[in-house]
Write a protein that binds this ligand. Structure first.
Ligand code: NAP
Length: 251
């Protein structure tokens, strides 16, 4: 029986890359999307072309009231598509970027970032636990911005800092079930994130590349394999860790 990973925000960007990398390692994959069903469908088609099973489910991680309904959708998808009742890995990846300086950040922006990044990692994971097999794992996606500062990412980085602390507590709590919990912290990566600034703004791209030991910004392919590795038996002794995949940004 193949292991199954659930990747939130798997329709685009890093989540898509993670989902494909997991499939390449022989896992079946459930991805979620917020609104982009067509893109999610392309990802599940690509996974099936690799010979793995895949399904895409709608989920707004900002809406914690919807989590119970989502778990019901997940359980029926597992039953119908995979012939099982449980998953093995959860990747808390879905997210957005809001660029606002400390003085300008509104409570609405703060609350949205908190709901999407921190509250979801806390409560969606809590709701997933009964359908997560013992011996499985959780990967929480943080950011290099939780280690170093960059103007305009104050609220966003605070939430990601919270995710990193949550990782340690989850690892301690779930270790008795053999569930490993780790953080992957990407540096700046060329995706749609934050309006696609890192990818589309040449000046920003070149500045970040100049501040990176390996001399360029990241691409989705730099991240998916790291997450997929953590969802294999080769990573069986790794838990409560923060792995930064940033090419050596701001060191
Ligand atoms: P992206 O290309 O913009 O993709 C975002 C994904 O999250 C999409 O699948 C989107 O679904 C989903 N999503 C957005 N809001 C959601 C919500 N409220 N509920 C459920 N799903 C939602 O972003 P990305 O670069 O892949 O970012 C993925 C993760 O990496 C985020 O946690 C981000 O903070 C983190 N990260 C990114 C970078 C970077 O430079 N790109 C660096 C460090 C960390 P739809 O397609 O349906 O909209």
């Amino acid at each position: 029986m193949n292991k199954i990973a659930l990747v939130t925000g798997g329709s685009r960007g890093l989540g898509k890359n993670m989902a494909l990398a997991l499939a390449e390692k022989g896992l079946d994959v459930v991805i979620t999307f917020k609104s982009n069903q067509a893109e999610a469908r392309k990802v599940t088609d690509e996974i099936e072309a690799l010979g793995q099973k895949a399904v895409g489910l709608q989920l707004d991680v900002a809406d914690s009231k919807s989590f119970e309904g989502f778990i019901a959708d997940l359980e029926s998808a597992l039953e119908n598509k995979f012939g099982t009742k449980k998953i093995d890995f959860l990747v808390n990846n879905a997210g957005i970027g809001i660029h606002a300086g400390y003085a300008e950040t509104t409570e609405e922006q703060f609350d949205l970032l908190m709901n999407i990044h921190l509250k979801a990692a806390f409560f969606l994971t809590q709701k997933v636990l009964p359908v997560l097999n013992d011996g499985g794992g959780i990967v929480n996606i943080s950011t290099g911005l939780a280690r170093f500062t960059s103007p305009g990412y104050d609220a966003y980085a605070v939430m990601k800092g919270g995710i990193e602390t949550l990782t340690k507590y989850q690892a301690k709590t779930l270790g008795k079930r053999g569930i490993r919990v780790n953080t992957v912290a990407p540096g700046a990566i060329e995706t749609d994130f934050g309006g696609g600034t890192v990818r589309d703004n040449k000046e920003v791209n070149q500045f970040l590349a100049s501040q990176t030991a390996l001399g360029r910004v990241g691409l989705p392919d730099d991240i998916g394999g790291v997450v997929a590795f953590l969802c294999t038996d080769d990573a069986r002794w790794i838990t409560a860790q923060r792995i930064e995949a940033s090419g050596g940004m701001f060191i």
